[in-house]
Ligand binder design. Sequence first.
Ligand code: ADP
Ligand code: MG
Length: 463
Amino acid sequence: SGKWGRAVAMVREFEKQCGTPIAKLRQVADAMDVEMHAGLASEGGSKLKMLITFVDNLPSGDEKGLFYALDLGGTNFRTLRVHLGGKENGVVNLESEEVSIPPHLMTGCSHELFDFIAEKLAKFVSSEPEEFHPAPGRQRELGFTFSFPVRQTSISSGTLIKWTKGFNIEDAVGEDVVGELTKSFEKIGLDMRVAALVNDTVGTVARARFNNPNVVAGVILGTGTNAAYVESAHAIPKWQGLLPKSGEMVINMEWGNFRSSHLPLTPYDQDLDLESLNPGEQIFEKIISGMYLGDIVRRVLLRMAEEADFFGDTVPPKLKIPFIIRTPDMSAMHHDASSDLNVVGTKLKDLLKINNTSLQMRKLVVELCDIVATRGARLSAAGIFGILKKIGRDTAKGGEKQKSVIALDGGLFEHYTEFRSSLESTLKELLGDEAADTVGVEHSNDGSGIGAALLAASNSQYL
Ligand code: ADP
Ligand code: MG
């Protein structure tokens, strides 16, 4: 019927708007490279903050001992105890507990959130056996992964620039997050020293370096997205301090806030942005990361329901609820390998109370998921290619085969197979055959936890 044709046309139009031909990806990568330079040149010089992390010594592999980590940056937060065993034994043991953050704490006041975290950590520590107790006179040491934009003032302090990813706690902005956490520790008598304040991307780089010296960058694709990489200290004009002995500095790009006229943005993206907690910000993140992909799909389906009666004469009311299709639902539909697409059918029924969808309709839903995921994955690859360009690792230099490894982590990368394989093949496409041989992508397992413990170890007061 005409209505079906209209629905198909809407998907085609959307597909066109989301297009990421290789030439466009190269423009995006070039823009990323340009913005990186600008952000390193001066404070506020770019939408990319290019934050100095004070991590100028990455793990060597020799780190040993018992360290703690806190991982806060999405919907869950975790407490970890990590036993490091040096080159011979690697990560000997890891115990962790995961707690979901009550939504009211994500938009409440600062001390409520930090008190909650401190209490969970105190409980985690108090349940441990005697063998883990520190020797008399020694303190437990902690790496605090706090995955929001922070202006670091040292390896173990820094002020919150802004919230992202659905958090919005006004009185914390501008405060030293380690100071706030320490205050909450003191309130309940928890004797723990924060040895390192790290972004999850930096933890990811550190974690991957523990095993592989060729790691040059870390990228998170989870609830949000961000990247960090190892920069030459000479290439950071805005850095006023002494040059680190290593000659290197890890930079937290905060690439989620990247934007460029070359990004393929659609009216659906514009609406999502306008209705978000942080309009005008984190535009790259809003078309790539797990918090948003499912909602982009929902928005297109809603308009198809309104303008082409895609789900019949009435618009399914559930479809109007923001974030009702989460990215894990989207990936489950996208990965549906059954001949009748029954996973898609079940999802539409369970989430949206839409019954009796035809195979034709389900196929169109899968196509939508594919369009949204492919755009996100290919743009992520372009971002990575931009970093490689910036550090001169995008081409195979005459004969010498210097390896570069990009460490990736995050639930989106880990679980969304179609996204991951599209990212990996697009990066190869951008690099070309020869350079692709010198660049590897690896999953940095639990960078935000183990990486933070490693950085606590290398910044221990007992070294
Ligand atoms: P965070 O980014 O919150 O620290 P994770 O790295 O675990 O935590 O990422 C969680 C995010 O990953 C979820 O918000 C979701 O968007 C995405 N995700 C988790 N599981 C899947 C899945 N099966 N398919 C697609 N995306 C997923
Ligand atoms: Mg995380």
